[in-house]
Design a protein around this ligand. Structure first.
Ligand code: NDP
Ligand code: 8X3
Length: 252
């Protein structure tokens, strides 16, 4: 039997990896992307039997490579039904006046422009077929601005705006577009934000129960199993201990 096809960006760790495994368990054939090829290889070994797997190693900032690879998928992979735009990270956490230009470039180039390049390659197939489901992973940082979050928050506000823009522009084609905006999820996110400082990264998730990557994958599964006339447009999901970007009940 022919399976539906899902593409998950940033499937080498955290939320993307959990979504990829969940989609495969749901019976989707899987295109998984990331820069760490060995992690994609490991992912491939965990997939249920009978699920086709296409790992693609590239940096979402590389526009030419994104468009060449995803714009010319093999014919038996080209009809992508579900796109999870997940690849992204924060780089640094500090006041705007001392921010690093390299960090700003990384966040805007990966979280915003990377998401656009991926979408540019995949949307034409969806509009041609008048079907598809796009899920963009935003953040509570796309709904609120918090101290020292400046450029990361701006990048995620852009993801929120693009999600709403996609839903409007793709409305004539019957394409579902959803934004998921998580609060604190324990992944490699803080390790990347704090540039490999494991001790500092650990403190972010101490004293309360953070969300797990699987919590986000469960929401993806719920969204994808709604009937054709239903789209979950916008979901903000927080750990119970978190009331807003800055209010977190910790027992330390
Ligand atoms: P992780 O650091 O665990 O995962 C990030 C993923 O993005 C990795 O698979 C990484 O792959 C990929 N990625 C990063 N940069 C690039 C790039 N330049 N090119 C290709 N792939 C890239 O973090 P999360 O799972 O937490 O993050 C996933 C998404 O969720 C992000 O968009 C993040 O902003 C968002 N989010 C996270 C929250 C959290 O608290 N953790 C909360 C709200 C939103 P690789 O390094 O192999 O390229
Ligand atoms: C990740 C959650 O609060 O660090 O987007 O911005 S937060």
């Amino acid at each position: 039997m022919k399976h539906k096809i899902a593409l998950v960006t940033g499937a080498t760790s955290g939320i993307g990896r959990a979504c990829a495994l969940t989609l495969a368990k749901m019976g989707y054939d899987l295109i998984a992307t990331g820069r760490r090829g060995e992690r994609l290889e490991e992912l491939g070994k965990e997939l249920p039997e009978g699920i086709r797997f296409l790992p693609l190693v590239f940096d979402v900032r590389d526009r030419d490579q994104v468009l060449a690879l995803l714009g010319n998928l093999p014919s038996d992979w080209a009809a992508v039904d579900v796109l999870i735009n997940n690849a992204g990270n924060a780089h640094g956490l500090g006041p705007i006046q001392t921010g690093q230009v390299e960090d700003w470039d990384a966040m805007l180039d990966i979280n915003v422009k990377g998401l656009l390049y991926i979408s540019k390659a995949i949307i034409p197939g969806m509009t041609e077929r008048n079907s598809g489901h796009i899920i963009n992973i935003g953040s509570i940082a796309g709904k609120e601005v918090y101290p020292n979050g400046n450029v990361y928050c701006a990048s995620k506000h852009a993801v929120d705006a693009l999600t709403n823009g996609m839903r409007i522009d793709l409305n004539p084609f019957g394409i579902k577009v959803m934004g998921i905006h998580p609060g604190l999820v324990e992944t490699e996110f803080s390790l990347v934000r704090f540039k490999g400082d494991e001790k500092r990264a650990e403190t972010i998730y101490q004293g309360y129960a953070p969300l797990l990557a699987q919590d986000i994958a469960d929401i993806v599964e719920f969204a994808l199993t709604r009937p054709p006339h239903v789209v979950l447009a916008d979901v903000v999901v927080l750990p119970t201990a978190q009331a807003s970007a800055t209010v977190i009940k910790k027992n330390l």
